[in-house]
Design a binder for this molecule. Structure first.
Ligand SMILES: *Cc1c(COP(=O)(O)O)cnc(C)c1O
Length: 461
């Protein structure tokens, strides 16, 4: 048996061909694959002797792959989940083939590919030349990096270098947000600012968007970070970024914008006004493994304050480059060594450009609207918010209750047709459907509505 990689080496082309065929079959079956699979624990096996690549592939296909969901497929509408376009897949496959480490500019042009990709993304998102970017693993990490730079800025205003003196030197910090994503709390915990630093600011009536007048009343000269939201996960709502930028003129604060998926609204001329003002933000978070439809492990972090970013993340060592000038990526994010994370996005942007990605975004928005219209016309459901972008937030018209909604969603998932997730909006138990997959067709929308109606008949008496 081929227990040593050297033995697999001489048959590598055959192995790759086998994996390619297996992958092609999986992709061809995505439309029929259950959107979600009820977690049924696979019994772990004890560590064993190696079985070679072929044996490992056979065992994976038999024991694990059947329990994997169709999350890359067209009717997985839970959370905000993109799929993988063909070009993004090509970039991802090639990433470990060349296995570059773009942390430093010492041995290859790979970091240059990341810079090119970041410049393309900056243009796509309508950010100006004042912003510089870096790749991170996801929006949680992007929010963490943005808030770490904010923390350094707060220190600068208080006359301390938090990156040297530590967070204790900073004293009280306030982070204000209308409808902050849960990852912001995690970031505050990681950064030593603490979850308690977050103060919820009232939102506009019936909205998840921050009430800017209420925010202004809270600004009293204390050091403050405002986390603005460009696309909330429940209803896809947007803060008025331009109003926040104007407010910052009168009361200095750090403006961080969580535009994890909503940033992609910039691609649609009809929706781009939702992100007007994004270019003025001090730090911006955008996920790529959501609406850009590249595989997981991809987000970007942009900031107008690279000097502060460098202070936080610089990683001086005798064998590394000096961070002066255009710093290497090793000096800009929490990671040192990492994969060439930009390559899937580079392939996607080069293959499909702005217009190809605009078409995905606009199609998904139209699909969300269509589902919203179908549900609004059905007496079983009640929309909890207008469909502003790609998310439909709704509930049972009659006595919405978390237990009934959970049972209903389990029933929908059990059919394999679709996967939607539960939430609560203003205390009302609710359901949300998020459209962000390039594979979703308009014909999928009535199928989802029908699966919901069938589950309603079965579960809701
Ligand atoms: C998804 C999401 C996040 C967290 O993203 P991860 O990629 O899961 O780390 C943060 N903010 C918003 C608004 C999101 O939609």
């Amino acid at each position: 048996m081929d227990r040593h990689p050297e033995n697999d080496l001489h048959r590598l082309p055959d192995h790759l061909d086998r994996i390619r065929r297996y992958a092609a079959d999986l992709l061809a079956g995505l439309d029929e694959r259950p959107a979600a699979v009820a977690p049924d624990p696979v019994k772990p096996r004890p560590p064993a002797e190696g079985v070679g690549l072929e044996g490992a592939l056979a065992e994976f296909a038999e024991r694990w792959e059947p329990g994997f969901s169709g999350s890359a497929g067209p009717r997985y509408l839970g959370f905000v989940t993109g799929g993988t376009t063909p070009a993004a897949l090509a970039g991802d496959w090639l990433t470990p083939v060349l296995d570059q480490n773009p942390a430093v500019d010492l041995d290859s042009t790979a970091p240059g590919l990341e810079r090119e990709t970041l410049a393309w993304l900056r243009d796509l998102l309508g950010l100006g030349g004042a912003h510089t970017g870096a790749f991170v693993s996801g929006a949680t990490q992007s929010n963490t990096v943005g808030l770490a730079i904010a923390r350094e800025w707060l220190g600068e205003r208080a006359g301390v270098r938090v990156s040297d003196a530590g967070v204790a030197a900073l004293g009280d910090v306030r982070v204000l947000s209308g409808t902050a994503h849960s990852s912001v709390l995690k970031a505050l915990s990681v950064l030593g600012l603490g979850r308690d630093a977050l103060r919820a600011v009232p939102t506009l009536p019936g909205r998840e968007a921050v009430d800017v007048a209420a925010l202004e009343r809270l600004l009293d000269g204390r050091p403050t970070v405002v986390v603005a939201n460009a696309g909330t996960v429940n209803t896809g709502d947007f803060d008025d970024l331009q109003a926040l930028v104007a407010l910052r003129e009168r009361h200095p604060f750090w403006l961080h914008v969580d535009a994890a998926f909503g940033g992609l609204a910039a691609l649609s001329p009809a929706h781009a006004p939702l992100v007007a003002g994004l270019a003025e933000a001090d730090s911006v978070c955008v996920d790529l493994h959501k609406w850009l439809n590249v595989p997981y492990d991809s987000a970007v972090q942009f900031t107008r304050h690279r000097d502060l970013q460098l202070r936080v993340f610089r990683n001086n060592a005798a064998y590394l480059t000096d961070p002066a000038g255009d710093p290497d990526f090793v000096h800009l994010t929490p990671e040192n060594s990492r994969r060439l994370r930009a390559l899937p996005a580079w392939f996607a942007l080069r293959a499909y450009g702005a217009s190809g990605h605009r078409a995905i975004v606009e199609r998904n928005i139209a699909q969300a609207r269509l589902l919203g219209d179908l549900l609004a016309a059905d007496a079983r459901w009640r929309l909890l918010a207008p469909v502003r972008l790609n998310i439909v937030c709704f509930t049972l018209a009659d006595a919405p209750d978390a237990g009934r909604i959970a049972a209903l969603l389990r029933e929908v998932a059990a059919t394999g047709t679709a996967f939607l997730t539960a939430t609560a909006l203003d205390g009302v138990p609710a359901i949300r459907a998020a459209f962000s997959n390039w594979r979703t067709t308009d014909a999928d929308v009535p199928r989802v509505a029908a699966a919901l109606a069938d589950a309603h008949t079965k579960v809701i008496l």
